[in-house]
Design a protein around this ligand. Structure first.
Ligand code: NAD
Length: 435
């Protein structure tokens, strides 16, 4: 749906009013187009004493062709892995203070840290890094973003796909996130434009909205995509599948035989499963019918759990596979009128973490993407005032696009993202809700 305020704010009259009245000024976000380089300008990198990821970062930045000299920066990257005591936090100030105002529009701030451990000084210092990064995300302007990547010891060799995603225009609507990377055996990538070449992916709810964008993005990245949606959406589903060279599978995921049907359809093997199908049936708790409660919990939570189990038990989901669930910031923050939806989406987060622990033994990663306000038919149905508030209450002052969720799913789906599991990544422009 068109964001009319954003179009108005960019007109000559709108610009004047925005400035005079201090209204939100949604920047134009740079997004990825095929062939676009990860970085299009100089990068400054630095490290706190005793940091252990900096060498790897510098090698990666050199690989990306990023010059490292004082200028207006496309990215500022700081290795804070060596910060083990609150006194050492000053290194963050000393690195960023002189240069933060030289960050370009749609620039990137990335801080590498580590998990807070039981040592109080280390835990305090590393938790402090999170507060720092989240605040930087709220201070930087014009579409710039800030993220914290927490590396487990030894994970610096598994961080490349994550850094590429976060540095690039693919992460346009992702900001203020904390992403943990574990050590993992990562394949040599020769073609970063087609990381899913030769793979099979299933996307549920693929006939429209976010699911359609995910299907198209995974196909762009080389996957053969099985596009699934309800029979009533059969025509649009077929059109999507044809357009992206995929296959259409009409199926209601809540049907009793759905897990078995899907597993049989995919019995020759599947690499990536994206549980995107979802519904809302909004009503305050006292007025909610049991059918409204049941439908939302079944489509959004119970059916994806049953389908993953069937794909694992049948052996269709290959070792090294990827399972990606769609949560929501509503599942993190809660929302009046959405007890059923918030419960289902919070449940997706719990399921993700538990399955990640179990399936990790087979090299299967399980992650969730939690969108904020994304411009789709689901959000177009919201009452005007709620819709307008939802759009603006984030650091980028605008709603995201389906492709922003799709790019995040594609990063998690890539073989090179083997070190990222059990994570919940918000695609919300750093929404104030549930922060
Ligand atoms: P949408 O309503 O535009 O599309 C959902 C698709 O799922 C539809 O094609 C629908 O037919 C399909 N679907 C519904 N029930 C199904 C079933 N039983 N079996 C098979 N397919 C079924 O929704 P969207 O906005 O594109 O959202 C996609 C996902 O992202 C959902 O899980 C949603 O909860 C989540 N999400 C969306 C937003 C947003 O702002 N749009 C925010 C947070 C989370």
């Amino acid at each position: 749906m068109a964001d009319r305020y954003q179009s108005f704010a960019r007109s000559p009259l709108g610009q004047t009013l925005v400035r005079r009245l201090g209204l939100p000024d949604p920047p134009r976000l740079q997004r990825h187009t095929p062939g676009r380089p990860v970085l299009e300008g100089p990068v400054l990198s630095g490290a706190a004493p005793a940091g252990w990821a900096g060498k790897q970062v510098d090698a990666l930045l050199a690989d990306l062709g990023a010059p490292n000299y004082p200028a207006d920066y496309a990215a500022l990257v700081f290795d804070a892995t060596g910060i083990a005591d609150p006194g050492q936090l000053r290194a963050l100030y000393e690195f960023f203070h002189p240069v933060i105002r030289s960050l370009r529009p749609s620039g990137r701030v990335i801080v590498l840290g580590t998990e807070p451990r039981s040592d109080p000084a280390q835990a305090a210092a590393q938790q402090a890094v999170e507060g720092f990064v989240r605040s930087v995300g709220k201070e930087v302007r014009q579409g710039a973003t800030a993220q914290l990547v927490r590396l487990a010891p030894g994970a610096e060799t598994a961080m490349e796909s994550t850094l590429r995603f976060l540095l690039s225009a693919r992460s346009a609507y992702v900001s203020g996130q904390v992403i943990s990377v574990d050590p993992a055996t990562v394949p040599d990538v020769t073609d970063w434009e087609h990381p899913l070449h030769g793979q099979v992916a299933l996307v549920t709810g693929a006939a429209r909205g976010i699911g359609e964008a995910i299907a198209a993005t995974l196909a762009r990245d080389g996957a053969r995509v099985v596009c699934l949606d309800i029979p009533a959406a059969g025509d649009t589903l077929a059109a999507v599948a044809n357009r992206i060279g995929g296959v259409a599978l009409q199926c209601d995921i809540t049907a009793a035989d759905a897990p078995q049907r899907i597993a049989t359809h995919l019995q020759r093997g599947i690499d990536v499963v994206v549980h995107n199908a979802g519904i809302t049936r909004d009503r305050t708790l006292g007025r909610m019918s049991d059918a409204e409660w049941d439908a939302v919990l079944d489509v959004n939570l119970a059916a994806p759990a049953r389908i993953t189990s069937a794909l694992v038990e049948s052996g269709a989901l290959r070792s090294g596979g990827r399972v990606i669930g769609l949560a929501s910031i509503t599942g993190i923050a809660g929302n009046a009128g959405q007890t059923n939806y918030a419960a289902s989406k919070a449940g997706v987060i719990g399921l993700t973490r538990a399955q990640a622990a179990v399936l990790g033994e087979r090299g299967i990663t399980v992650n969730a993407v939690a969108p904020g306000f994304i411009e789709t038919e689901m959000t177009a149905r919201m009452p005007l005032v709620i819709r307008e508030v939802g759009r603006r209450l984030n650091s980028l002052a605008q709603g995201g696009r389906p492709v922003d969720v799709a790019e995040t799913v594609a990063w998690l789906a890539a073989p090179a993202s083997a070190g990222v599991t059990g994570q919940v990544v918000r695609v919300c422009g750093q929404s104030l809700l549930g922060a």
